[in-house]
Unconditional design. Structure first.
Length: 305
């Protein structure tokens, strides 16, 4: 039997191994959910490359349109995966957003950012910010994508994600709050954070992915309570979705409590799922607690502002 005799530099099983020759062995092969171009389907989807030089793309989801003149709210979604696995094309993320679009009748843009460690920090954050700006380039109906030009209501924008994607989404909302380029027609109504990652002590994976950060608790990207820009975060309301047995719950609750006490002038809402762990809803989306999580998110997105 053949064996790998290369020397290991960093072992981040079950995510990846980096060898001393700088090659990388990934343990989770990428999967691609099929797109749908049927206008009679409940949800259509397509991939759009937004940065040809880097290959960064988005997957856009459109609900069935019954009134071509109607403008509908926009969801910008950032997938999780510890900054180093997953894709907007992954079946779990594709199916989750497709279901969310069908239930809300909103248009959604799922960001397919470059992964670590091949693309060191802050690539994941910068790619997501570029995707956010790309979406907003359609605000006057003259952007590169016809679905966003024709149907998006930019006075009703939501940003969100799960796990590592949730704290990237949080960072986008903070950056948007201090951006001088944000069009006055754009209104970010809400931010949803599903089982987010907001830093833990002695996080060996994060130290490998971002060795210059000083650790996750010292990095404002994953510990936003130390970010001086937090008070300007560009949304009216934040929904935290947490799971009782999630190892990341402590950091989430610290941010939840800190955000309530901060200078940011918005509303904070929390839902905790008892007896479940991190991202449980992906494993059985039809289970009672997974349905309850989806229902809560839909209610948050569709409430009146």
């Amino acid at each position: 039997m053949a064996t790998n005799t290369k020397e290991i530099a960093v072992d981040m099983t079950p995510y990846f191994i980096i060898y001393k020759d700088n090659s990388i062995n990934r343990f989770r092969p990428s999967e691609n959910a099929p797109l749908c171009d049927d206008p009679q389907a409940p949800v259509q989807s397509k991939d759009v490359v937004i940065q040809p030089e880097t290959g960064v793309s988005v997957r856009v989801f459109l609900p069935k349109i019954t009134d071509p003149k109607q403008k509908i709210p926009v969801i910008i979604y950032i997938h999780g995966g510890a900054f180093c696995i997953g894709s907007a094309r992954s079946p779990v993320f594709h199916n989750f957003i497709s279901s969310l679009v069908e239930k809300t009748n909103f248009i959604a843009v799922s960001v397919d950012y470059r992964l670590c460690p091949e693309n060191p920090f802050p690539a994941t954050y910068e790619d997501s910010w570029e995707a956010f700006q790309w979406v907003l380039s359609h605000v006057n109906g003259h952007g590169p994508d016809s679905w966003l030009n024709d149907y998006a209501d930019f006075s009703k924008v939501f940003i969100g994600g799960e796990s590592a994607g949730a704290n990237i989404a949080n960072d986008v909302a903070i950056r948007a709050g201090v951006s001088t380029d944000l069009d006055s027609k754009v209104k970010i109504l809400g931010l949803f954070l599903v089982h987010p990652y907001f830093g833990i002590e002695n996080d060996s994976l994060y130290e490998v992915l971002c060795p210059t950060s000083g650790g996750s608790l010292e990095d404002p990207r994953v510990n936003p309570l130390i970010d001086p820009r937090l008070k300007s975060m560009a949304c009216m309301k934040v929904l935290f979705l947490v799971a009782e047995k999630d190892l990341l719950k402590k950091g989430t609750m610290n941010y939840y409590e800190g955000l309530k006490k901060s200078e940011w002038n918005g509303d904070v809402e929390l839902m905790e799922t008892k007896g479940e762990g991190h991202c449980f809803h992906f494993y059985n989306p039809l289970a009672e607690k997974a349905v309850a999580l989806m229902d809560k998110l839909v209610d948050f997105l569709k409430q009146e502002y």
